[in-house]
Write a protein that binds this ligand. Structure first.
Ligand SMILES: [Zn+2]
Length: 281
C-alpha cells in the first residue's frame, strides 16, 4: 500500500535515475489504465524525462514539451525502472515508458483488482486536475497547524486518511501516527485540545519523515515489489506494544484493519471488533 513515504522514495530514486533520459515511446498494454486521450501518449515520444515528483500519494513524471504523466498507484501499483524491455507475457504492466538507452519505466500492478491509473496532461494542468485540485495540504514535511483541518465530528482514523483533509496518509501510517501521538483512532477531530493537536502534528511529521529516512538508508533501484515498511503497530496486533509491553489490538473492517494499543491510546478500553461481533451475532 504505497502512502506518502513509499511514493516519496519512489519519486526520489526515479528522479535521480531518469532526469534527462530520452523517451522512445510510451504505451499501455493490456488493461488500459490511461484515463485521458488528449494529448495522446505518442506525444511523449522523442522527448525527455525532466523530473519525477510527488503530490499526496500521486507520482508525477514531467517530460519535455510541457507534458506530465500523473500516476496513482492505488493499493497495489508500483512504478519501477528496468534495464530491459518487459516480456510480452507480462500481465502486470499497465504503462510502459521505453527509454532511448534501452531502459523501461513500468507501472505495474499486482493482484486482481485493477485500479491504478495514469493521465497524460499538460504540465500546467496537473494542479487543476480533479485528483490534485481537491487534495488537502501535504502531511509532510511541513503541514499547517491542525486545528482547523481536523475541526470535524469525525474519528481521527478517518480524518487523517481523508486526502481532502490532509494528503499522503493511508491505512498503514495512520495507525503508527496515532499510536505515537497516544490518541484513540476513534477520538473525534473536533475534541482534540491544543496540546493534542500540536503533538499529533509533530508525530505526523516525525513518523512520515522517519519512514522516508529509513527508505533512504535501505532502498535503491530497482524498487522491490514489496517495500520493507518499518511499521511497529500496524499489522502487529496480538504482539507486545513496543512502548508499554501491553498487547496491541485490532478492529477489523471489510478492507482494512485499525491496530492500536489500548493502554497507550484508549485508556485501556478494548474497542469492539466488528468482525468478531458479526461472527457472534
Ligand atoms: Zn502501549
Amino acid at each position: 500500500m504505497p502512502e506518502l513515504p513509499e511514493v516519496e522514495i519512489t519519486a526520489r530514486l526515479l528522479d535521480a535515475a531518469l532526469a534527462g533520459a530520452e523517451i522512445e515511446s510510451a504505451l499501455t498494454p493490456g488493461i488500459n489504465a490511461l484515463k485521458t486521450f488528449d494529448p495522446p501518449l505518442s506525444a511523449l515520444a522523442g522527448g525527455r524525462v525532466e523530473a519525477v515528483r510527488r503530490r499526496g500519494k500521486h507520482l508525477i513524471v514531467d517530460a519535455s514539451g510541457e507534458l506530465s504523466l500523473l500516476i496513482h498507484l492505488m493499493s497495489a501499483g508500483r512504478l519501477q525502472l528496468y534495464d530491459g524491455r518487459a516480456s510480452a507475457r507480462d500481465r502486470t504492466s499497465r504503462l510502459l515508458v521505453r527509454l532511448g538507452d534501452g531502459r523501461e519505466l513500468r507501472l505495474r500492478e499486482f493482484g486482481s483488482r485493477q485500479a491504478a491509473w495514469v493521465k497524460l496532461l499538460a504540465t500546467a494542468a496537473i494542479e487543476h486536475d480533479d485528483a490534485i485540485a481537491d487534495l488537502g495540504p501535504e502531511a509532510w514535511p511541513d503541514p499547517p497547524p491542525l486545528g482547523e483541518l481536523l475541526d470535524a465530528p469525525r474519528p481521527l482514523h478517518a480524518l487523517l486518511r481523508d486526502q481532502h483533509v490532509i494528503a499522503g496518509i493511508g491505512r498503514s501510517w495512520v495507525d503508527e501516527i496515532l499510536w505515537r501521538a497516544r490518541l484513540s483512532p476513534y477520538k473525534r477531530g473536533a475534541d482534540l485540545d491544543a496540546a493534542e493537536l500540536e503533538r499529533l502534528r509533530e508525530e505526523i511529521v516525525a513518523t512520515l519523515g522517519g519512514a522516508i529516512a529509513h527508505y533512504e538508508r535501505s532502498l535503491s533501484l530497482p524498487i522491490p515489489d514489496k517495500l520493507p515498511m518499518p511499521l511497529v503497530v500496524h499489522r502487529h496486533e496480538g504482539e507486545q506494544c513496543p512502548r508499554c509491553a501491553g498487547t496491541l489490538r485490532a478492529v477489523h473492517f471489510e478492507d482494512y484493519i485499525i491496530a492500536y494499543c489500548p493502554a497507550c491510546q484508549t485508556e485501556g478500553r478494548v474497542l469492539k471488533d466488528r468482525r468478531l461481533s458479526r461472527l457472534l451475532r
